[in-house]
Design a protein around this ligand. Structure first.
Ligand code: TXA
Ligand code: MG
Length: 336
């Protein structure tokens, strides 16, 4: 399934304000959201495109601005576990994970609570809800000021590379959204880890900013694999094979560079044929996967902007945040 946006389905052009993260900027952003507007804001993972989770018209505008298919549910962002419990039902696993990793880069998919305010469209009609309390101070200020849950997918055109700076957001969404809160570069760099706590099990739906090993240590047992990662009907509808797509084709785990390719290195390993490369960047010369995660999307964008015949990526270890990096790279390389 291809999630790439087409330019002719976009909303009418609107002026996009650039806001600072001082109290005035935050207050302005919160009132825009309360009025049904679309505001991009930084989280510790990537920039999110925010809308009032209770407002179906705002959520519909959000899907349109991103060119996102409506069967792909959104994550509702909250300030803390108390607010989250008004939206979803937390079993023992979910409660323990929220207490260990919130605020932070973990999303919990839990059954919808009777008192929930997140609208049907935001959940793509599912009877579950994805909830996350981000740790970024700007996101926290904004959510506190709003008082209602804010849905926020990554603030990029659907299927494209996720944004880690306000400039990345503007490149994709200028003229399509109301405002961008500019809080500088995000520090985790890959999206949140998503764990579903439905029916007694804890299932890993998407590797991300909290390493699997850290979650399993808190649970005291292994996370279950999701059906999506095993190729049957996706439990997380957003986990489409082709995603995070640069314009250039992407080749993974390369040992030999073809002439004219742009190269993304990791650590000290040097593939053969590097002298024929059109550009060379390194995710982490020191071989640190957390640093590589923080650099991943920005460096992919830079290599892509140089217009190479393809982007060749070195092998990255699968440990810690490496699992999330390799997941995103496989989606970037998927046929589309
Ligand atoms: O780090 C992040 O998670 C960022 C920042 C902005 O918070 N957000 C983000 O959102 O990555 P997005 O929309 O790009 O990814 C949300 C994922 C999708 O794969 C979606 O299918 C899944 O969450 N999801 C949301 N609600 C779900 C639900 N009820 N059941 C299963 N999957 C769900
Ligand atoms: Mg996304």
């Amino acid at each position: 399934m291809n999630e790439t946006a087409s330019t002719d389905t976009g909303p009418a052009s609107r002026a996009t304000e650039r806001l600072g993260t001082d109290p005035t900027g935050i207050a302005h952003a919160a009132s825009r959201l309360a009025e049904g507007g679309l505001v991009a804001f930084p989280t510790e993972t990537v920039y999110g495109l925010g809308a009032d989770a209770r407002n179906p018209a705002a959520v519909a505008a959000l899907y349109a601005a991103k060119g996102r298919p409506r069967f792909n549910p959104l994550i509702a962002h909250v300030v803390d576990l108390d607010q989250a419990k008004r939206e979803g039902l937390f079993d023992e696993h979910a409660e323990r994970l929220a207490r260990s990793f919130w605020p932070g880069p973990l999303t919990l998919v839990v059954p919808l609570a009777a008192s929930a305010s997140v609208c049907d469209l935001a959940r793509a009609g599912l009877d579950s809800v994805g909830l996350r309390a981000p740790s970024h101070p700007v996101a926290r200020d904004l959510l506190e000021r709003c008082g209602f849950p804010v849905v926020a997918p990554s603030a990029n055109l659907s299927g494209r590379i996720s944004p880690t700076t306000a400039e990345h957001v503007a490149a994709d969404l200028d003229g399509r959204i109301d405002a961008i809160l500019d809080g500088g570069a995000t520090n985790v760099g890959v999206e949140s880890t998503i764990v579903a706590c439905l029916g007694g099990a804890a299932v890993l739906l998407r590797p991300g900013g909290v390493a699997r090993q850290a979650i399993e240590a808190v649970l005291g047992h292994a996370l279950q694999a999701s059906a999506a990662t095993e190729g049957s009907a996706p439990l997380s509808p957003g986990l489409l094979a082709s995603h995070y797509a640069p314009r250039a084709a992407v080749r993974l785990e390369v040992g030999d560079i073809r002439p004219g390719e742009a190269v993304l290195l990791f650590g000290a390993a040097l593939p053969r044929g590097l002298d024929g490369a059109s550009a060379i960047l390194n995710l982490s010369p020191a071989g640190d996967v957390a640093e590589a995660a923080a650099n991943l999307f920005g460096l992919l964008r830079r290599l892509d902007a140089s217009g190479p015949r393809a982007i060749a990526v070195a092998t990255i270890p699968d440990s810690g945040l490496g699992e999330a990096i390799n997941d995103r790279l496989r989606r970037a390389a998927a046929r589309r």
